[in-house]
Write a protein that binds this ligand. Structure first.
Ligand SMILES: *Cc1c(COP(=O)(O)O)cnc(C)c1O
Length: 451
């Protein structure tokens, strides 16, 4: 198992061949989930005492398991938040996989940590954060939000010298991501929710009123969303920062999806005030063209996060003593893959201007989709899009019509567009993050809703 022999050499060739084929497919088929019985019938029992051998295991993956997974990078996959890793980022994921790098500490992974920090610096500079800002890459936005909130609560507790309220709470809009509720459950804290305006936005005034109404005594953070998942709407970040200052509260921006657009001049103004936040996240696996799974988590004052997150033990002493930068000190994790490296490699390869161009390209396609909705008398926008999510209704359709239409398109390997809900009403939505998605793709899909 641990010798590089002739079998390994053959398997290496097959694995590289698979990667080459998968990367060259244009477009990659949508594929899709199958019922458990169908997969069981085709794959059978895969774990046996003697092993299947690499050839057979890889054949099972290639012919049975991989086609039972949706291809999120298909240009007509427009549901949830898709992904569209660059070729360079995907290739480098293979390299990272072959490198056995421990990315938790400077002692063990200095070179990788240096490169990851350069990628984080690019994002921090786009946001206008100070030179001392920093953080780490975590598995996803859910962990990034949780880790920020834990740092925020720890900071509030330190400020109060340990005098804690009966229950802690943080503030976010009613349209904040489901990971907020999850974080609240994990941390056993409450959420104070703020209503949104007609555009789906949490305004500074609504936030100020909600904080005044609740009282700030048990609060430790305000979370503004930098692009809601369902609509791509960006909260009033400047307003959130102001209310945060008024009450000495940590301000976090959940930009898992939307903050990628910081690099797009046509969208940059929407994030006005972002330079004043205490922490932010953005998922490179969403709109920054990296493979799963990576969330960039950045703190204005990393020392506050370090105080909350550093693990100490005899076996960690060597790591904690005079360290340059230990990524494990800044989130709920210890051992970690240097998952920021695919983004770093792609940025280093192509330069930041290519990212600006690619994000602008997706924004242009989303704007063309919104125009396409306005032009067709059977369609109607639910909200004016802020970023690259377009939510719209087909006049006269009920829930079943949306689902039947969506199923038909997937069965025909034509597109993957799911319904969503808007205050109880079934509608549908495009999330455009793939620069391979064209204006013609979205127009063709809109045409299928006629008649
Ligand atoms: C996707 C998303 C998350 C969660 O990110 P994961 O990487 O899926 O954990 C959090 N917040 C927002 C706004 C998101 O769009």
């Amino acid at each position: 198992m641990h010798t590089f022999d002739a079998d390994t050499e053959r398997l290496l060739q097959q694995a590289i061949d698979y990667a080459r084929l998968r990367l060259r497919l244009d477009p990659v088929p949508l594929d899709g989930a199958k019922p458990p019985a169908v997969i069981r019938e085709a794959a059978g029992q895969t774990i046996t005492p003697e092993g299947l051998g690499g050839d057979e295991a890889l054949r099972l993956f290639t012919e049975v398991l991989a086609p039972a997974c949706l291809s999120v990078d298909n240009p007509r996959y427009l549901s949830f938040i898709p992904a569209a890793p660059t070729e360079a980022a995907t290739l480098f994921d293979l390299v990272v996989g072959a490198s056995s790098i421990y990315g938790g500490s400077w002692l063990e992974g200095a070179g990788a940590v240096y490169a990851e920090n350069q990628a984080l610096r690019w994002i921090a500079d786009l946001a206008g954060l100070p030179p001392e800002a920093g953080g780490c890459f975590v598995q996803g936005g859910t962990n990034g939000n949780l880790s920020s909130l834990v740092a925020a609560r720890h900071t509030a507790m330190a400020r109060r010298e340990g005098d804690r309220p009966a229950r802690w709470a943080f503030v976010c809009s009613i349209e904040a991501h489901s990971s907020m509720q999850h974080a609240a459950r994990v941390m056993d804290v409450d959420i104070v929710t703020v209503p949104v305006d007609d555009h789906g936005r949490m305004t500074g005034d609504a936030l100020r009123a909600a904080v005044a109404d609740h009282g700030a005594d048990d609060l430790f953070a305000i979370v503004a969303t930098g692009g809601t998942t369902n609509y791509g709407v960006v909260d009033d970040i400047r307003g959130a920062v102001e209310v945060g200052r008024e009450h000495n509260l940590w301000v976090h921006v959940d930009g898992a999806y939307g903050l990628a657009a910081l690099c797009a001049p046509s969208a940059r103004d929407i994030f006005d005030g972002i330079e004043g936040v205490d922490s932010l996240i953005v998922d490179p696996h969403k709109w920054l063209f990296a493979p799963f799974d990576a969330c960039a988590l950045i703190y204005r004052d990393p020392a506050l996060a370090k105080a909350a997150h550093t693990q100490t033990a005899g076996y960690l002493e060597a790591i904690n003593e005079d360290s340059e930068w230990n990524p494990s000190d800044y989130a709920v994790h210890l051992s970690r893959r240097p998952r920021g490296l695919p983004l770093w490699f792609s940025l280093a390869t192509h330069g930041t201007q290519a990212y600006t161009d690619a994000v602008e390209q997706t924004l242009a396609v989303a704007r063309s989709a919104a125009d396409g909705v306005r032009k067709r008398e059977y369609l109607e926008l639910v909200r004016e899009p802020n970023l690259s999510v377009v939510v719209f209704r087909r006049l006269g359709w009920k829930r079943e019509d949306y689902y039947a239409w969506s199923d038909r398109m997937l069965a025909a390997n034509f597109a993957f567009v799911l319904p969503t809900t808007h205050y109880g009403e079934t509608v549908t939505r495009f999330a455009v993050v793939n620069p391979r998605t064209t204006e013609a793709d979205v127009a063709l899909i809109l045409d299928t809703m006629a008649g």
